[in-house]
Write a protein that binds this ligand. Structure first.
Ligand SMILES: [Zn+2]
Length: 276
């Protein structure tokens, strides 16, 4: 009985309509490079290797991967599973190219990102860092720093695309951050809980493409530390020094995720780009 090898997928031959769908189970490809990507996509332990009976089901492939339907459903040879893959953090997700892949995704100027791919590659990045350092605090710091460096680079793009000027008061800053979430992450956080002095507010959201399908180990990891880092980096470039921290986190069982942003001071001179 064919069964999909992706760890969180429940598809097996009992619940699939063969007549309508053709054979929706695909055996692993021969090409070693493509095969490795399929193995990574299963989310299984690195020691796992497919036999010729193992398959991945059609639900993990984009429509463009399929040849015109004849009796059976066939993939093109280059096809790689990218859909409905859930990240289980403690599973090693594979090759060191994940970092490269993640960066090149984010480097693309048109932010027409495939959010599933973004989730996948971000998850791969985080799990690889955990594997390499095993110290959660270090991973949190690294993620914050990657975010910071992204923020430093993204701000020019943001200002250009939104024709914003740089004079930013905190209320206006909150609007701009909200806009940036929409632009780069396709997210709609709410701005709320202003302090009486107007120097502190919260961004609240209940869905984030970075953490979709993520299961968190209970070890103090701040999975989305990239986001506060990016806000901090971007605002430093417009001479605003802020502090940013998570008050609530859905990945830790809270109903929503709440990120607090606090104004610290206005900076005199621009910080040179990049902490790296
Ligand atoms: Zn499947």
């Amino acid at each position: 009985m064919p069964r999909c090898s992706v760890i969180v997928c429940k598809n097996n031959s009992c619940i699939v309509n063969y007549v309508k769908d053709g054979n929706p189970f695909h055996t692993f490809p021969k090409d070693p490079k493509i095969k490795e990507k399929w193995i990574n996509a299963t989310g299984r332990d690195p020691s796992w290797f497919p036999t010729k009976n193992n398959t991945i089901c059609s639900s993990h492939f984009e429509p463009k991967c399929f040849q015109p339907l004849k009796k059976v459903r066939r993939l093109f040879e280059w096809s790689i599973p990218t859909l409905k893959l859930r990240m289980v953090l403690m599973n090693y997700m594979g090759p060191s190219t994940s970092k490269v892949c993640f960066y090149s995704e984010l480097d693309q100027k048109d932010s027409n990102l495939n959010s599933e791919l973004l989730t996948l590659t971000y998850g791969a990045l985080v799990s690889q860092m955990l594997k390499e350092t095993e110290n959660t605090d270090d991973v949190n710091k690294q993620l914050e720093r990657i975010g910071y460096n992204m923020g430093v680079r993204l701000i020019e793009d943001f200002l250009a695309r939104t024709s914003s000027n740089r004079c930013l008061e905190m209320r206006e800053t909150a609007d701009k951050i909200q806009q940036a979430f929409r632009l780069y992450l396709n997210m709609q956080p709410t701005v709320t809980s202003w302090s009486s002095s107007g120097d502190e507010f919260s961004l609240v959201w209940d869905q984030c493409p970075l953490s979709e399908w993520v299961e968190m180990p209970n070890n103090g990891l701040k999975y989305c530390a990239l986001i506060p880092g990016a806000i901090r980096g971007a605002l430093q470039m417009v001479q605003l020094d802020v502090q940013c921290w998570f008050v609530q986190d859905q990945l830790k069982g809270d109903a929503v995720t709440e990120l607090r942003v606090k104004y610290i001071k206005r900076l005199e001179d621009a910080i040179p780009a990049g902490e790296d």
